[in-house]
Write a protein that binds this ligand. Structure first.
Ligand SMILES: Nc1ncnc2c1ncn2[C@@H]1O[C@H](COP(=O)(O)OP(=O)(O)OP(=O)(O)O)[C@@H](O)[C@H]1O
Ligand SMILES: [Mg+2]
Length: 201
């Protein structure tokens, strides 16, 4: 049985960056963000349920869910955020379970599951080992503002919607520092990866 590593972090702290490092080491990656994105496509059950909840003003002209508009809605309204999560999470979890089963057949020792809200949801029950990638709040805000072209206030609002990173650091088995440049992050990653490899040998 493969050991499942749950990789989490704050928004824009470097989960995708670090997941690529695991992938390079031959660890298969399941990214719940990609699965969730797919669930929002026109015609999927989650699409219909979210539309019924949020109304048509979250749609693009061609009828797809505009993720930025949906994000604006859910980050300013906790109840809607909870409802959208309740629609999307169980569906993502079912798909993750199926993907894990498929990967088990490859007989790999490790599988990486990227879950932004690992500690906020019960996704942690699916994993054996937890890894947190963190960055300073200042960097997190800078990277979020640069990548999404949003203002600082909205970036802070998005960060606030998650459990504080300090809390996640207490909960994680391993932590990877992504506050500096990518080379330093890679070193931090390798230290953690070696420890994990030793722990499953
Ligand atoms: N060490 C670093 N130095 C500078 N920029 C970085 C560093 N690590 C990541 N970034 C940049 O910060 C942004 C966020 O990184 P990444 O996408 O890996 O984070 P994430 O946690 O996956 O984000 P999300 O929560 O949106 O999925 C990206 O634009 C990335 O290129
Ligand atoms: Mg990401």
């Amino acid at each position: 049985m493969a050991k499942i590593i749950g990789l989490t972090g704050g928004i824009a702290t470097g989960k995708s960056t670090v997941s690529k490092m695991f992938e390079k080491e031959g660890v298969p990656v399941i990214d719940t963000d990609l699965i969730a994105k797919d669930q929002l496509q026109k015609g999927k059950p989650a699409y219909r349920e979210i539309l019924a909840l949020c109304g048509e003003d979250i749609l693009t002209p061609d009828g797809e869910i505009n993720r930025n508009k949906l994000a604006k809605k859910i980050f300013s309204d906790k109840t809607t955020r909870q409802k959208v999560n309740d629609i999307v999470h169980p569906k993502v979890k079912d798909i993750v379970k199926t993907e894990i089963k498929h990967l088990e057949e490859l007989e790999k020792p490790l599988v990486l599951l990227v879950v932004p809200l690992l500690f906020e949801t019960d996704f942690h029950k699916l994993v054996d080992i937890t890894v947190l990638v963190y960055a300073r709040k200042k960097d997190q805000i800078e990277r979020l503002v640069a990548r999404e072209n949003i203002d600082e206030e909205y970036a802070r609002q998005k960060i606030k919607a998650q459990l504080p990173l300090s809390k996640k650091r207490e909960l994680a088995d391993y932590t990877i520092d992504n506050s500096k440049n990518i080379m330093e992050t890679h070193k931090s990653f390798l230290r953690v990866f070696k420890k994990i490899q030793r722990s499953v040998e």
